[in-house]
Design a protein around this ligand. Structure first.
Ligand SMILES: [Zn+2]
Length: 332
């Protein structure tokens, strides 16, 4: 295939335990890795470095970071009802947040980051939704410091509230999120358009599947990413919009992740892609979806035939409303 692919992870990312019986568990990372292996695409494996404090502090307050470190190093405990810290959380979070910078230094065309804890809910001074450090926002800060433009595509089923807040005022960062709505964390409305239409939220009702996602990519995501002309594409790759996911109610199948990956790549073919593992709680769905995604990224994915998809009519309406709103900023 000739595409250079790296896989960046670290053993510490398997050690953080979010609590007994918690869905955000180490096996998720192993399923992601199994999917990469199953894709047939060979990837150079690297151990993630600890994130530089400078780039983490571009996204998070120093006091928050010190408190999180101290809390973890003294054994940890509960942050909110679904977010727990243990003695290995700080190290895991630093490795997860450092993987993006390492991908930049490595310079590969495609970098796949097998990291946890995930990041896209983490706010400047607050851990939430299984997230502590906003991994994708930390990498974005480093790229933006070079003056290069970043397109973030967040297809996790939850809105990436932390990421959006971190980049919404920056016209050099595009943030596109497709998510279930109304749903945790209850942010990510169509009306949130950021600086010059560089925040694009597509909030879909329960039951939305690949037919509507195809329309959304053809009419909005593809054209907007293309016109934005990013230097880098960063993907918040959650796999929890899959129909089998136990935490959410969207209806994507594994092949849809190949479709999305292919379309994102085609929208800016010369931009390196960095993929961050976010959510996804059905292990088989993570594995098969990640495999399709990797094939989509290297352009070795073909549309399956004979698939019946029946999204609710309101889901098509979201695409139409978004097209109206964003045609004031982009040629759609
Ligand atoms: Zn999620």
């Amino acid at each position: 295939m000739g595409v250079e692919v790296v896989y960046i992870t670290h053993p510490a990312c398997l050690e953080h335990l979010a609590g007994s019986g918690h869905p955000e568990r180490p096996e998720r990372l192993r399923a992601f890795e199994a999917g990469i292996n199953a894709s047939g695409v060979s990837a150079k494996r690297l151990a993630s470095e600890v994130a530089e404090r400078k780039w983490i502090e571009a996204v998070h307050d120093a006091v928050y970071l010190d408190n999180l470190r101290d809390f973890s190093q003294t054994g940890g405990g509960i942050v909110d009802s679904d977010t727990w810290v243990d003695s290995s959380t700080w190290e895991a979070a630093l490795r997860a947040a450092g993987a993006g910078g390492m991908a930049l230094r490595e310079g590969a065309e495609i970098a796949l980051l097998g990291v946890r804890p995930p990041g896209h809910h983490a706010l400047r001074r607050r851990a939430m939704g299984f997230c502590f450090l906003n991994n994708i926002a930390v990498a974005t800060a480093e790229i933006r410091d070079r003056g290069e433009k970043v397109a973030i595509v967040d297809w996790d089923v939850h809105h990436g509230n932390g990421t959006q807040v971190a980049v919404a005022d920056d016209p050099g960062t595009l943030y596109v999120s497709l998510h279930q709505s109304p749903f945790y964390p209850l942010t990510g409305l169509l009306s949130e358009t950021g600086a010059n239409g560089t925040t694009v939220n597509l909030p879909f009702p329960a039951g939305t599947g690949g037919d509507v996602y195809r329309q959304a990519f053809a009419r909005l995501v593809g054209p907007i990413v293309r016109q934005f002309e990013p230097d880098y594409i960063l993907i918040s790759a959650g796999f929890d919009a899959h129909v089998d996911d136990p935490l959410a109610d969207l209806s994507l199948d594994s092949a849809d992740y190949g479709f999305m990956a292919k379309k994102v790549r085609q929208a800016a073919p010369s931009a390196p892609v960095i993929v961050f593992l976010e959510g996804g709680y059905d292990l088989a769905a993570i594995e098969t979806s990640a495999a399709a995604m990797v094939r989509g990224l290297v352009d070795d994915w073909n549309e399956p035939t004979g698939v019946l998809r029946t999204s609710p009519p309101e889901a098509f309406t979201v695409v139409e409303e978004a097209e109206q709103i964003f045609s004031t900023f982009w040629r759609l």
